[in-house]
Design a protein around this ligand. Structure first.
Ligand SMILES: [Zn+2]
Length: 115
């Protein structure tokens, strides 16, 4: 799973299919993430001290990570990603379509470096 906070992803299933938006939060343990403006629900809130008006509150609910794809800037579409080691032993994500790097995911480690 190669999606991080602030990545731009495209939703591939459900009501928000084809929506492109930013990742706000990730819950790795649950395999879910919250995407800006996606899977919005209205929560009805009762009048309270914190919310004297009450009413309907719109908020995003988590969705399965498998329902989104990372957007490759080069391909300009959602793509499957891979991970590979670079010469210095650091790890990066890449686009399986065009091979473009999609940013580092792990710092350099000597044991994975190549000469
Ligand atoms: Zn690409």
């Amino acid at each position: 799973m190669h999606i991080k906070k602030d990545d731009t992803v495209v939703v591939i299933s459900g009501d928000d299919k084809k929506t492109r938006a930013k990742v706000l939060r990730i819950d790795r343990a649950a395999g879910k993430l919250v995407v800006e403006g996606v899977n919005r629900v209205y929560k009805h809130v009762r009048r309270s001290q914190r919310n004297p008006q009450g009413g309907r509150l719109s908020k995003e609910m988590p969705l399965q990570i498998s329902n989104v794809l990372l957007v490759c800037n080069h391909c300009n579409r959602g793509v499957r990603t891979g991970a590979r080691f670079l010469k210095d032993g650091s790890k990066e994500r890449f686009c399986r379509k065009c091979g473009t790097s999609l940013g580092p995911i792990a710092p350099a480690r000597a044991s994975h470096a190549t000469k």
